[in-house]
Design a binder for this molecule. Structure first.
Ligand code: PLP
Length: 496
C-alpha cells in the first residue's frame, strides 16, 4: 500500500509521509493506492472487540508502514475513557424503528472531530519519527468551528508541534468561540479572520502550497502539516466508526450480517461522508450514502446534476460547521469514481479555482447517483425537526444532526426505502444551546451558560464537563485580522 496524489498519480509515498506532509506538493490530496477489503466474517468478529481494537484492525490495513506496536500506541493513547465519556467511544442510540443515531460527540470537545483529532497527534508524531525528520511540525487549521477546538485539544503541548487555528469572525457559535479563545497550552495560536470558512480554508491551502513560504519555514527548522480533513490521517480514523457501527449492529442482533444499511451524514467539507464511502468500498454493506446539507446546498445540486457551482450566495446558518461552499474531499471521491484520472482532476479543480464551476462526465454522474442521495433544509426546517424529535422521542439533537434527520425523513417519504439507517450525530446539543432552545421553544436570556443550564433541565442530558468549565476561563486570543495577513500572523506566532 502506498499513497498517490489526486493531481499526480505518479506520486508514491508511504502513509507516514502522507500524514506528515498533509497535502501533496502539487496541491492534490493523498489517497491510498487501493482500498483494502474486509470480509463479512472479519466485520462480524470485530463486534467482540473494544473500539481501540477495532481501530487497530482497520488501521493495520491502511498504515502498512507502521508496526503493530506503533498502531497500538496510537489507538490506546486516543480511544480511552480519559478522553471520551463513554466506554464505547461512539454511542449508538435507537431513535425509532430501524433508525439509529451514531453519537460521535463523546470526546473532549463534544463534536465528531474528536474521533479523528484525538488520534491524529499520535499518528503524526509517529509519522514524523518514521520519516526521520527533526523539523518541528506546524499544524495549520482552518475551521468552521469544531475542527479548530478539537485540533487544539489534540495538539496542545504535544512535543515537537505548534498549532495555529483560523476561524471566520462571525461564522462560529458562541460556545465554539469561547472554546477556542480560551484554549490553554504553550504551543497554540488562535485568530479570527474577516471572511467566511472558505476564505480561511483557501488562505491556509495557499500558504501550505507556496514553495517560498515552505522554504522560509524549513530554514527555521520547521515544516507545515494539516489537521483538516485534507490530511489522510484525519480521514482514516473516520472510516473506523462506520465499520465499528456495522459490527455493533450485528452484535446487538439489530441486523443480520450482510444486510445493507443506509448512512446519513450532515455534510460540509465531505470528509465524514467520504469515510462512509471508504467503509462501503472496504466491504461494509451500505445501500445509500445520504448527503445532508443546510442552505449552503452546493453538494445537493452537485449530486443531483453533476454540476458543481460555488457561484452562489453564502448563507450563515444555525449549523455553522456546514457553512461551506468548497468541499475539499470531493476531490478524493471524484478521483476514485473517475478511474484515478489525475489529468481530469487537474482540469476540474483548475476550473473550480478559476471560474468556481465544473461539470463531471456522464459516467461520473451515474456513479454519483448510484452511491449517493442528497437533500438539504433551511434553518426553519432544522428547528422544526429539533422540536419534532424532542416532542416525539424525548431526544435532543444539535442543529447539524437535525439537518440530517430532516433530509432522511424527506428521503424516506420520497422513496419508501425502509432499510435500517444510521444517522451520524455530529455534535452535542450543548455546543449550540441557543439555537436548540429556541427550536424547542424555551428561553434562557442572553448568557451562554444560563442557556446551558436551561438545556440541561429540559434535555436531561448531563452537561459535558469541558463545556461547563469554560464559564470561568479567561480569553487568551482575541485578535481578528484580514485574510491577507494570515501568513504574517503565523510567522509572528512562530517567532520568525
Ligand atoms: C465538521 C462538521 C460537520 C461536517 O463534516 P464534514 O466532514 O466537513 O463534511 C457536520 N457537523 C458538525 C457538528 C461538524 O463539526
Amino acid at each position: 500500500m502506498f499513497y498517490k496524489s489526486t493531481r499526480n498519480s505518479n506520486v508514491n509515498v508511504s502513509s507516514a509521509q502522507a500524514i506528515a506532509q498533509g497535502i501533496s506538493e502539487d496541491g492534490g490530496l493523498f489517497v491510498p493506492s487501493e482500498i483494502p477489503a474486509l470480509t463479512l466474517d472479519e466485520i462480524r468478529q470485530m463486534g467482540d472487540l473494544s473500539y481501540a481494537d477495532r481501530a487497530l484492525f482497520v488501521f493495520s490495513k491502511y498504515l502498512t508502514d507502521f508496526s503493530g506496536a506503533e498502531i497500538r500506541y496510537c489507538v490506546d493513547g486516543a480511544y480511552n475513557t480519559k478522553n471520551f465519556d463513554s466506554e464505547n467511544i461512539a454511542e449508538l442510540a435507537h431513535l425509532f424503528d430501524g433508525t439509529y443515531m451514531l453519537e460521535l460527540w463523546h470526546g473532549p470537545t463534544c463534536a465528531f472531530k474528536d474521533m479523528a483529532l484525538q488520534i491524529l497527534p499520535y499518528l503524526l508524531t509517529t509519522s514524523i519519527k518514521k520519516i526521520g525528520t527533526d523539523k518541528k511540525v506546524v499544524i495549520l487549521v482552518a475551521t468552521s468551528g469544531d475542527t479548530g477546538k478539537a485540533a487544539l485539544e489534540g495538539f496542545k503541548d504535544v512535543e515537537g508541534t505548534s498549532i495555529i487555528v483560523f476561524y471566520p469572525e462571525d461564522g462560529v457559535s458562541a460556545m465554539q468561540k469561547k472554546q477556542m479563545t480560551t484554549q490553554e497550552g504553550s504551543n497554540v495560536g488562535v485568530c479570527a479572520i474577516k471572511g467566511n470558512f472558505d476564505d480561511a480554508q483557501n488562505g491556509v491551502k495557499a500558504i501550505f502550497t507556496d514553495a517560498a513560504t515552505g522554504k522560509e519555514l524549513a530554514d527555521n527548522g520547521m515544516m507545515f502539516s494539516s489537521a483538516n480533513s485534507i490530511n489522510w490521517g484525519r480521514l482514516a480514523p473516520q472510516i473506523i466508526y462506520y465499520v465499528s457501527t456495522y459490527a455493533q449492529l450485528v452484535k446487538e442482533q439489530q441486523i443480520d450480517v450482510g444486510e445493507p444499511i443506509n448512512i446519513v451524514v450532515p455534510t460540509g467539507n465531505f470528509g465524514n461522508i467520504l469515510a462512509g464511502y471508504y467503509a462501503k468500498k472496504m466491504g461494509v454493506p451500505v445501500n445509500k450514502l445520504i448527503c445532508a446539507s443546510n442552505a449552503n446546498n452546493v453538494l445537493t445540486d452537485f449530486i443531483n446534476t453533476g454540476i458543481y457551482d460555488r457561484n452562489r450566495q453564502f448563507h450563515t446558518t444555525i449549523s455553522p460547521s456546514m457553512d461551506i461552499l468548497i468541499s475539499s474531499n470531493l476531490e478524493r471521491l471524484l478521483y476514485l469514481l473517475n478511474g484515478q484520472n489525475d489529468a481530469q482532476i487537474r482540469e476540474w479543480f483548475g476550473a473550480l479555482a478559476k471560474d468556481g464551476r465544473y461539470e463531471v462526465s456522464d459516467e461520473v454522474k451515474k456513479a454519483l447517483r448510484e452511491e449517493f442521495c442528497a437533500g438539504f433544509c433551511d434553518d426553519e426546517q432544522t428547528k422544526a425537526t429539533i422540536k419534532e424529535i424532542y416532542d416525539k422521542y424525548s431526544y435532543t439533537c444539535d442543529t447539524h444532526t437535525a439537518v440530517a434527520v430532516k433530509v432522511y425523513e424527506d428521503y424516506k417519504k420520497a422513496t419508501g426505502d425502509d432499510t435500517v439507517t444510521v444517522i451520524a450525530s455530529t455534535a452535542s446539543p450543548y455546543k449550540f444551546s441557543g439555537s436548540v432552545l429556541s427550536a424547542i421553544g424555551a428561553d434562557a436570556g442572553e448568557d451562554e451558560f444560563d442557556k446551558v443550564d436551561k438545556l440541561a433541565e429540559i434535555s436531561k442530558l448531563p452537561v459535558p464537563e469541558s463545556l461547563a468549565g469554560l464559564k470561568n476561563k479567561a480569553v487568551r486570543f482575541d485578535k481578528t485580522i484580514d485574510k491577507a495577513d494570515m501568513k504574517k500572523f503565523i510567522f509572528e506566532s512562530l517567532g520568525i
